[in-house]
Ligand binder design. Structure first.
Ligand SMILES: Cc1ncc(COP(=O)(O)O)c(C=O)c1O
Length: 420
């Protein structure tokens, strides 16, 4: 028997009205206002010629963002992880060897996805906050001759940016496919798909592109297309009569089948899925925003902002986590001072009293560092100064006394120097 009273009306809750926040964690971050506006324009169906034009424009824009001539440059609907799954499941056949260099949490995620694709996974791990020594990844590729090398460029959990070009060379030499996850780094750090011989790349919008999580830009070259064509399969009901099936093992996932999605994005317009139209508009506007600023100018803005933030944190007597030569320009790991009584209370007070979100950390770094993001629209002087002064105040209330004003003064100095 139901215990719900029939006289009680089911609740419909209040209209959404989220408190204003400044999102300075490791992502998501605040959206460019123009991206929010783009998401509110009317949607169209994915076969409307006008909408097809927006799709083709989005492809062309992301070729510029990814620095590639790859025809196959498009969106996977879903968060960044959807892009990773599509790229990995579409290439890896059961039993394939996959080499995963791990230097943070997201390397473990790539290992997990490869295992679920029933790969024989060879993982190599270095201490979080460090990168592999030159030659280490190339040696492992030569030794194991994997089908695929899967790695992150920037791992937000460890705040470091890994060189990718060495892996690109090694993969070409030994016939492997190089897959790189640039979710956390794209548009805030230099990246060259073609120049660094990266075969397949996946990203997300919610970091330096300052868009909403929910759509994943990917790009891949003809080496990947060849693999996909061997695994080509289209479900009955939409399969063209003259279609030739691939002779390789079928891709396990229908939704994440890059061979089909490729045909959905080309003039054949295969009816694979319903486009997440508002997300496509967001992706298109994010790319327009970063390209209008200029990729190099945007990267320089991220570099200057993190330099100012780090100078401020150090002037407050706080340590910066990770190998200084390899830090990402958009996420800073701050060593939690011993004198601060409760790291979680510091974050909670920043959020509740100052409306400012910073990030905690995972695995071996849990309780050791906070992570502060300076990405995309958030990556600005005013936010750095606001973050430093709020943090100084909250730390003082929680047992750690930084020299008053030193953080903001040091950050100002970096900005003043950059003007000279
Ligand atoms: C490097 C990296 N890869 C993948 C992801 C997963 O993204 P999502 O949570 O959008 O699926 C993240 C998210 O923070 C990330 O930083």
């Amino acid at each position: 028997m139901s215990t719900t009273s029939t006289s009680q009306k089911p609740e419909i809750f209040e209209e959404l009205d989220p408190s204003p926040r400044l999102l300075m964690g490791p992502g998501p971050v605040d959206l460019y206002p123009r991206v929010l506006r783009a998401m509110s324009v009317p949607i169209q169906g994915q076969f409307d010629p006008e909408f097809r034009r927006y799709m083709m424009q989005t492809m062309a824009l992301y070729r510029q963002v990814f620095k590639t001539a790859n025809q196959q440059t498009f969106m996977i609907d879903g968060t960044a992880r959807a892009g990773l799954e599509a790229c990995m499941h579409s290439i890896i056949a059961p039993g394939d060897k996959v080499l995963v260099p791990i230097f943070g949490r997201f390397g473990h995620l790539l290992t997990e996805i490869a295992k679920r694709a029933r790969a024989e996974v060879i993982s190599m791990e270095c201490e979080w906050g460090q990168v592999f020594k030159p030659g280490e990844i190339a040696d492992a590729v030569a030794r194991h001759k994997p089908r695929m090398v899967a790695m992150c460029q920037g791992d937000t959990s460890a705040t470091v940016l890994h060189p990718v070009d060495e892996a690109g060379e090694a993969c070409r030499r030994h016939g492997a496919i190089l897959f790189v996850d640039v979710t956390a780094s794209l548009a805030g750090n230099p990246f060259e798909t073609d120049g660094w011989k990266v075969d397949i790349v996946a990203a997300g919008l919610q970091k330096c592109l300052s868009g909403p999580p929910g759509i994943a830009p990917v790009t891949f070259n003809e080496r990947v297309v060849e693999i996909l064509m061997h695994r080509r399969h289209i479900e009955a009901g939409i399969r063209p009569v003259d279609m030739v099936e691939g002779n390789g093992p079928i891709i396990q996932s229908n939704y994440f089948d890059l061979a089909m999605i490729m045909e959905y994005w080309d003039p054949k317009a295969l009816n694979h899925h319903t486009e997440a139209a508002s997300m496509l508009y967001a992706a298109r506007e994010c790319a327009r925003a970063v390209l209008e600023e200029g990729l190099d100018k945007g990267i320089a803005r991220h570099q200057l902002t993190s330099k100012a933030l780090r100078a401020g944190l150090e002037a407050m007597g706080l340590g910066i986590f990770g190998d200084r030569k390899h830090l990402m320009s958009n996420v800073t790991g701050v060593v939690i001072p011993k004198a601060s009584k409760s790291p979680d209370k510091v974050r909670a007070e920043l959020l509740e009293d100052f409306g400012l979100e910073i990030g905690t950390s995972f695995g071996p770094l849990h309780g050791k560092i906070w992570r502060i993001g300076t990405m995309g629209y958030v990556c600005r002087k005013a936010n750095v100064l606001r973050c430093l002064s709020s943090l100084e105040t909250v730390l003082r209330r929680n047992g750690y006394k930084a020299p008053p004003g030193a953080g903001v003064d040091a950050a100002y100095e970096v900005y003043d120097d950059a003007q000279r």
